[in-house]
Ligand binder design. Structure first.
Ligand code: SF4
Length: 314
């Protein structure tokens, strides 16, 4: 795809332009929990989520946060000098903790802010973002950009209910607006191919992500992971997954509907092979990226071509 015009905005070139150097991510597990697992909202979690909370599981493996940070920074440093790093608190809902704990967790990365950490990303849920958490993140944001990563997944409340997400589309929109008002970047997550969402769901989800002013978007196809509620439904023949051609078609719809400024952080899932039950595509993520570009080229369209949203992203 080197000589072909790329018809959507991807993360790597944007990071290079924004931070003036190549930037890599280190994924961190701060040992947080999730109200959708501990009984506060629900038990068992979202139907697609495995017991590690869509995360690294590093803390469960005995790696303290400080150790994870040092190990991650060393791994990036081996690539050579001059790299920037994003500290990504990935597992579970990282603002579903006490104010003291959030301050303690952020304190582990504070010594590295500016160099080599150029950004901090914090995964959470739309309903676990209290004002004090926003203030704490805004404090870090005065030094390096902070992104709040939140799952929308689908823009249909019925689909969210079936997924056992236990928040609504409106919850996501409100949380995104509050995070943006606090000066934070929002990265919204979406899944295409969720039961009951269909092709129309792809466009609908992109519309909400665009309207919510998300700076970044992560999208992937529905994956069935071992030890999930969805795995049991899939084994009983009650859930189907997408083939790559269908996914790329729906992904093209999704990308056309986004805001033209939004940055696509991810275009496909990359679950560890030992966890993945379906689909077994055997396709590298770069091929999905190339097929998406080919599809947009074939249609004569590009990201944001529907032009429905003219607001700023941040
Ligand atoms: S909110 Fe996140 S961590 Fe919690 S169950 Fe759902 S996907 Fe898993």
């Amino acid at each position: 795809m080197t000589q072909t015009e790329v018809r959507f905005r991807t993360l790597r070139p944007w990071l290079l332009k924004t931070f003036g150097r190549p930037v890599h991510r280190i994924a961190l597990d701060a040992g947080s929990s999730c109200p959708n697992r501990d009984g506060t909202l629900g038990r068992g979690g979202c139907t697609y989520c495995d017991v590690e909370g869509s995360g690294t599981g590093a803390l469960k493996n005995g790696l303290e946060l400080e150790e994870q940070v040092e190990k991650g920074l060393k791994r990036v440093a081996r690539r050579g000098p001059g790299f920037g790093v994003i500290a990504y608190f990935q597992s579970y809902s990282n603002t579903y903790v006490s104010p003291e704990r959030l301050r303690e967790v952020l304190g582990v990365v504070e010594p590295y802010l500016g160099n080599p950490l150029v950004c901090v990303a914090v995964a959470t849920r739309p309903d676990t973002l209290e004002d004090w958490a926003l203030e704490e993140l805004a404090r870090i944001n005065r030094r390096v950009p902070v992104w709040v990563e939140m799952g929308l997944e689908s823009a249909d409340d019925r689909v969210l209910l079936d997924l056992n997400r236990l928040h609504t589309v409106a919850d996501f929109e409100t949380a995104a607006a509050r995070a943006r008002a606090a000066g934070l970047g929002v990265v919204g997550h979406a899944i295409l191919g969720l039961p009951g969402d269909g092709r129309v769901g792809a466009r609908r989800t992109a519309e909400v992500l665009a309207r919510s002013g998300c700076l970044g978007v992560k999208v992937h196809h529905l994956m069935i992971l071992k030890r999930t509620a969805l795995a049991r439904m899939w084994a009983a023949g009650r859930v189907e997954t997408l083939d790559p051609t269908t996914y790329v078609t729906w992904l093209a719809d999704f990308v056309e509907t986004l805001h033209p400024d939004q940055i696509l952080h991810r275009l496909t899932g990359d679950s560890p092979a030992e966890k993945l039950l379906a689909p077994q595509w055997g396709i590298h993520k770069n091929e999905i990226r190339e097929r998406l570009n080919d599809e947009l080229q074939r249609r004569g369209t590009r990201q944001g071509c529907l032009g429905a949203f003219s607001g700023q992203t941040r």
